[in-house]
Design a protein around this ligand. Structure first.
Ligand code: ADP
Length: 996
């Protein structure tokens, strides 16, 4: 099997994942650090470091291994061993149980045991990912070893953070108070002032009250020496104990550790305890707004760069990491929007045995000697607290076998902590290392030979290299998890790293970077050292929390007028009812904003309609001509769409109707209907005063039409005149209907309870069956007639003015009919995208959205289509898809922007659905009253792309309607081609009526 890594000398450029980073312009200037120049060359002459060597055999004096390991298994061949030292990974090599064998020296055996081949690192990475997914899942979280704790930190700094922030850091023996001043000027470094207060020894063992009082006194004293105003001062609390956090500012202490055992704190909210103590000091302007651990702080300090820092890694005495996860993957919290920083607590990885096959006897000894045997297994392989002891146990084993320190008394080696990690790090230093090894061993009463010192150095290297490689595998797991969950092919990311091991040992960094490059090659990763992650980082978390809180307040303020209460909706319902009555009244009709136009349609279909009909559909997005055949077996249709060019829509009436006749003739020709005289139903979806079933006077154009010489004229007559002009004499128009009526009729064919029609597409309108006795504008008292409400104009008399926001007004002003169709402009597809666009512009102006990114396209009218609302609002849609839509519009949204845009879309579409429901509630309630029923069961036939395509519009509409009209059981039936089929059905019902 070929090794993924060839000899260093033959390695191809870009073979390391990180190598190709040099080609990405965003990494310019960093190529040297990230590219191959930065990587340890696998054939580096000074120590022959390759990936195999990275994790173990890096001593130049390291002897060539023979072909078999000590247990007799096939080891890498001589060639492979050679290459192991030069840069290849051993293949097929197993770690685990080892026994003495003739072909392997004891030192080689120890080194092999401490070596993790690349393949195995890959396996560790996979297991880490599994463990992380287990921690994130609601079902498996309880059993997970890697807990993946939500931190409730949902954003990284963006440089606009502003103002003073206080940090309280509770440490082992002191409290550090720090004041950070952010200038909001993208400056990476806030101004910092800090002071350390030593803690009396007994505090950590006393009462919780005493501890928090002490901390509050420190704050008091610190602030007393400062001259800052008494304005609200937010405080971030670094509390390095295990907590159950449920909000950024709410965290119950699970249990004390690190020598603390104050009474009455466990199980309590430590944020609240600190706030109470601070209030006692009469510092109530100081507000504890965030509780956090040190890992998060580390991430924050590296974030104010072009590419946000979204992962942090600490390799200190212990080890931990955190990263910005997609909130919807953190199933242990309710929030599904945006991102949330997750504290992995990966030190416990392996506590379920997941690392057993890489543990050596020396690791087992270290674990047994520890205060918490069996737990924190990953940490015990990686953290600096343990590395010295791992080396020590390896040395004991070799000394016991009389391989090392022959003739020395090794008693001192038996003491835990006898060899410190600091000494291990100094020993592996190339120049001074051998001298340091000798000094250290001699200090332990040993008498090492030159060869002993070299072997000790090899073992030290192996242990530290293994720590770095394991960290790299863990980090690669995080990066792959992020990349996968964001659905990205490549991930460009900054990782903040802190801790003694990382800082003190250059090789550690190199190995870490190399392993990450090999195990997560699709991620371009930049490791950034963090400075004062805890204090400065905590200040940043606090400042970010504050920025977000301020932003939230502003967003809420901006969106508040669009968020309607139940009372608002009840008022709309009542107003609609009032306008309906005015519209129906003979005397009042002229002044009603809802025109309540009689349609002369007196019945809905009964299923006995038969024959062949033509239908025209004008007034939607397209103009269509149809032939509709009604037979016993049902309805069959054929249709063709014709474009009405803008110059005709807005030209002369004659040109418009001539164009329509041309289209009809073309259609009849194509359908072989030229010789026939078929009854024609004309769906004409503009406000008309209907004088008879085949006579409709256009009241006003809407939806972008403005053809001259049409308003005030009978459109059927205009059509007939055009037919005359075009010599098309076989045209028999029997009915002109509105698309709303058509929708009701076509649904009525399938459901006799369908007595309401509703359209929510480009525009919005409704019709319903009213009692003739209530229709004051038509003679006759018997039966019912369908009333075309033309409710889009509801509010044109000012009765809805209280509902219009500044955004609605701006949208209205830029339409061709300002001040008209006011209800429609709050609801329908032609306007929702525009309303969203205006809100986004306002958010940009307030510097809440697309921060610092130019977004000139947002100025373009109609750029934000209503169909985008539908996509953006799809439940659970990955944020990257939202981002993709915005990027297509040249809006460089980040994840926070995407979340905010989604919220705006949701607000606008929810309001539209609720207003539509309020209107319908008035209709169904009136019908119920008309019929003197306690309960009304009625069906609404609906059409319109917004209703049909939007992911939640219909649901919100139905819920709100049920809430506003609880005595009406309303069913919604989507109309299939209502305006085509419906017009033909009106014609058919009319023809049936004529015949009977
Ligand atoms: P019309 O009302 O003109 O007969 P439609 O019912 O097809 O035609 O509605 C078209 C309107 O629907 C367009 O103005 C557009 O704003 C809106 N629209 C188009 N696609 C979608 C979608 N996927 N989601 C929501 N609205 C949409």
């Amino acid at each position: 099997m070929a090794s993924p890594q060839r000899r260093g000398g033959r390695r191809q450029p870009g073979q390391y994942g990180v190598g190709s980073s040099a080609t990405d312009p965003r990494w310019k200037g960093e190529a040297g650090r990230l590219g191959q120049g930065h990587l340890p060359s696998p054939a580096a002459p000074e120590d022959g470091l390759g990936i195999f060597a990275i994790v173990g055999h890096s001593c130049p004096l390291y002897p060539r291994l023979p072909g078999r390991d000590c247990s007799g298994r096939t080891l890498p061949s001589d060639d492979a061993v050679e290459t192991a030292a030069e840069g290849r990974s051993p293949v097929g090599h197993q770690l685990g149980e080892r026994s003495d064998g003739p072909a392997c020296t004891p030192v080689q055996r120890v080194l092999l045991a401490l070596t993790i081949p690349l393949e195995m690192l890959q396996v560790v990475k996979g297991r880490m990912m599994q463990a992380m997914n287990k921690g994130l899942s609601r079902q498996t979280h309880a059993q997970a070893t890697v807990k993946m704790l939500p931190t409730y930190i949902c954003s990284t700094p963006n440089g606009t953070e502003n103002g003073n922030v206080l940090v309280v850091e509770l440490c082992q023996s002191h409290v550090r108070i720090l004041l950070a001043t952010f200038l909001g000027d993208r400056n990476d470094s806030p101004q910092l002032t800090d002071k350390i207060f030593d803690m009396p020894g007994d505090i950590t063992q006393g009462t919780g009250e005493a501890l928090f009082d002490f901390i509050a006194q420190c704050v008091h004293q610190f602030l007393g020496a400062m001259s800052i105003s008494k304005e609200r001062l937010p405080l971030g609390f670094v509390f390095p104990f295990s907590c159950r956090q449920t909000r950024l500012d709410k965290a119950e202490l699970i249990s004390w550790s690190k020598g603390f055992s104050c009474s009455d704190v466990e199980g309590k909210d430590v944020v609240q305890l600190l706030q109470l103590a601070i209030n006692k000091q009469e510092l109530s302007h100081v507000e504890v707004v965030a509780l956090l651990n040190d890992t998060v702080g580390t991430m924050m300090t590296c974030s104010m760069r072009e590419i946000p820092c979204e992962v942090a890694l600490i390799v200190d005495k212990g080890t931990n990491s955190c990263f910005m996860a997609e909130a919807q993957h953190v199933q242990t919290v309710e929030e599904t929007n945006g991102q949330m920083c997750v504290n992995t607590e990966w030190g416990c990885f392996g506590d379920d045995g997941a690392l057993n096959d890489i543990l050596t006897p020396y690791d087992q000894h270290v674990d047994q000697e520890s205060s918490n045997p069996g737990v924190k297994r990953f940490e015990k392989l990686v953290g600096s607290l343990y590395l010295g002891d791992i080396v020590r146990h390896a040395l004991i084993a070799l000394a016991t076998e009389k391989v090392l320190f022959i003739g020395s008394d090794i008693t001192a080696l038996g003491t835990k902590g006898a060899l410190r990690t600091q000494e291990v790090l100094e020993i592996i230093n190339n120049e001074e290392g051998m001298t340091k090894a000798r000094m250290t061993l001699e200090a332990l009463g040993l008498r090492p030979s030159e060869r002993d010192c070299c072997r000790v150095q090899q073992i030290c290297r192996a242990v530290v290299s293994r720590s770095a490689a394991l960290c790299g595998a863990g980090l690669a797991a995080i990066l792959s998890l992020i990349r996968q969950s964001r659905g990205l092919e490549r991930l460009l990311i900054n990782v903040a790293v802190d801790g003694e091991l990382y800082r003190a040992h250059g090789r550690f960094k190199e190995i870490l970077q190399t392993v990450v490059g090999l195990l997560a090659p699709e991620c371009l990763t930049r490791l950034l050292p963090s400075v004062d992650g805890t204090g400065r980082g905590a200040a940043m978390v606090t400042a970010v929390a504050l920025r977000l809180a301020d932003q939230r307040r502003e967003v809420n303020q901006l969106l508040a007028p669009l968020r309607l209460t139940r009372a608002d909706l009840e008022r709309v319902q009542a107003l609609m009812r009032q306008e309906m009555d005015l519209g129906l009244g003979k005397e009042t009709n002229a002044n009603a904003s809802v025109r309540m136009l009689p349609t002369y349609v007196r019945g809905t279909p009964d299923g006995t309609e038969r024959g062949e009909f033509l239908a025209l559909d004008l007034g939607g997005t397209n103009f269509r001509v149809l032939v509709v055949r009604m037979a016993e077996k049902g309805i069959r249709m054929a249709s063709q769409i014709y474009v009405i060019p803008a110059n005709i829509m807005q030209g002369t009436g004659q040109a418009l109707f001539d164009h329509i006749i041309d289209c009809i003739m073309d259609f009849q020709l194509k359908q072989d209907l030229m010789g026939q005289v078929l009854p024609l139903g004309f769906t004409f979806s503009f406000p008309c005063k209907q004088m008879g079933l085949d006579k409709a006077v256009l009241l006003t154009w809407t939806k972008g039409f403005s053809a001259s010489d049409c308003v005030g004229k009978d459109v059927v007559q205009l059509l007939r005149e055009a037919a005359q002009r075009k010599q098309h004499l076989a045209l028999k128009v029997v009915a002109v209907v509105n698309d709303t009526v058509g929708t009701m009729m076509s649904c009525g064919y399938d459901d006799p309870k369908c007595e309401i029609g509703l359209i929510v597409g480009t525009g919005t309108n409704a019709c319903y069956m009213e009692e003739m006795q209530n229709v004051g504008t038509v003679e006759g008292e018997q039966g019912r007639m369908c009333i075309n409400m033309e409710w889009g104009a509801f509010g044109d008399n000012g009765c809805l003015d209280h509902l219009f926001t500044e955004f609605d007004r701006m949208v209205d002003e830029k339409t061709i009919n300002p001040g008209k169709q006011r209800f429609e402009k709050l609801i329908s597809g032609m306007y929702l995208g525009e309303i969203v666009r205006h809100i986004l512009l306002a958010l940009v102006e307030k510097q809440i959205l697309f921060h610092d990114k130019a977004c000139p396209t947002l100025q373009n009218k109609d750029i934000f289509k209503t169909k985008f609302l539908s996509t953006i609002e799809i439940d659970g849609l990955a944020l990257k898809k939202v981002r993709a839509i915005l990027w297509d519009l040249e809006l460089q949204a980040n994840f926070e922007d995407s979340v905010l845009v989604r919220e705006v879309c949701q607000t606008v579409s929810l309001r539209a659905a609720q207003l539509c429901a309020a209107g319908l509630a008035a209709v169904v309630e009136k019908m119920r009253e008309n019929r003197g029923l306690g309960q009304l069961a009625v069906t609404v036939g609906v059409d319109g792309t917004l209703y049909k395509m939007h992911p939640s519009f219909s649901q919100h509409l139905q819920q709100t309607l049920q809430d506003l009209a609880p005595n009406c059981a309303v069913t919604f039936l989507q109309s299939e081609d209502g305006s085509g089929k419906g017009a033909a059905l009106v014609a058919a019902v009319a023809v049936r009526g004529d015949e009977s």
